[in-house]
Unconditional design. Structure first.
Length: 227
């Protein structure tokens, strides 16, 4: 709380006081704590409020059941790179939240990076793709740099170049709008270095392994949401 006070933010230990002072309210508790918080704030929630949950696994249906009828509720699923304003955030709205509320949220969260509105069913997939996916990329970046270290490049330089390689490749996907397969093909010359390297990745089943990882994380997110 002290860190927020240092930034000039008003802080309080009373959740209901937040509702009295703010119309747009983010719920960023652990999922198992959220029902208790909702029960506490429900008497203070009006139709003017916009309630945004960042809690994983707590469905819009559950949120709407625990809040007064007609409450405008949305769910948000961010990922770690939001801290450097390069995150990937998805937004899903409840039955009483309209385009105006969704547009306001997208506008605010676009400062964190990419922000897209999706059906709620995509939120668990987003966890498998992007929430957990950040870790897959870190693992790949580590392996990429380790390969360069094996061939004689200093570790610090290899890590920096690996990171820039990932950043540049991602930026090209976003800015060109090309399918990744097309961009990959553009790098390959007949009999060249890249196609030889890609052959090794295919022998190691990189593509299938990554797809399996996304599936495993998505299924685990769904399991946690059903508890």
């Amino acid at each position: 709380m002290g860190a927020f006070q240092d930034l000039g933010c008003r802080t309080t230990h009373c959740n209901s006081e937040v509702l009295q002072r703010c119309t747009l309210v983010f719920l960023a508790t652990k999922p198992h704590l959220l029902p208790g918080v909702l029960q506490e704030i429900a008497p203070a929630v009006t139709r003017d409020h916009i309630i945004v949950s960042v809690a994983a696994g707590v469905t819009l249906q559950t949120l709407q059941q625990l809040l007064p009828a007609g409450t405008k509720v949305l769910r948000v699923m961010p990922n770690l790179p939001c801290v450097v304003q390069e995150g990937a955030v998805v937004v899903a709205r409840g039955s009483c939240a309209g385009e105006q509320e969704a547009a306001l949220l997208r506008s605010l969260l676009s400062a964190c990076g990419l922000c897209e509105e999706t059906p709620e069913s995509y939120l668990d997939i987003h966890t498998g793709l992007s929430g957990s996916g950040v870790a897959y990329v870190y693992l790949f970046a580590e392996a990429l740099a380790d390969g360069a270290v094996k061939m004689g490049m200093p570790s610090a330089l290899a890590n920096k170049i690996a990171a820039q390689t990932l950043l540049g490749a991602a930026k090209m996907i976003l800015e060109t709008g090309e399918h990744p397969a097309k961009l990959r093909s553009n790098v390959c010359t007949p009999g060249g270095t890249t196609i030889h390297a890609l052959h090794e990745l295919e022998k190691g089943a990189l593509r299938a392994t990554v797809m399996n990882a996304v599936e495993a994380a998505t299924m685990r997110a769904r399991e946690l949401g059903e508890r």
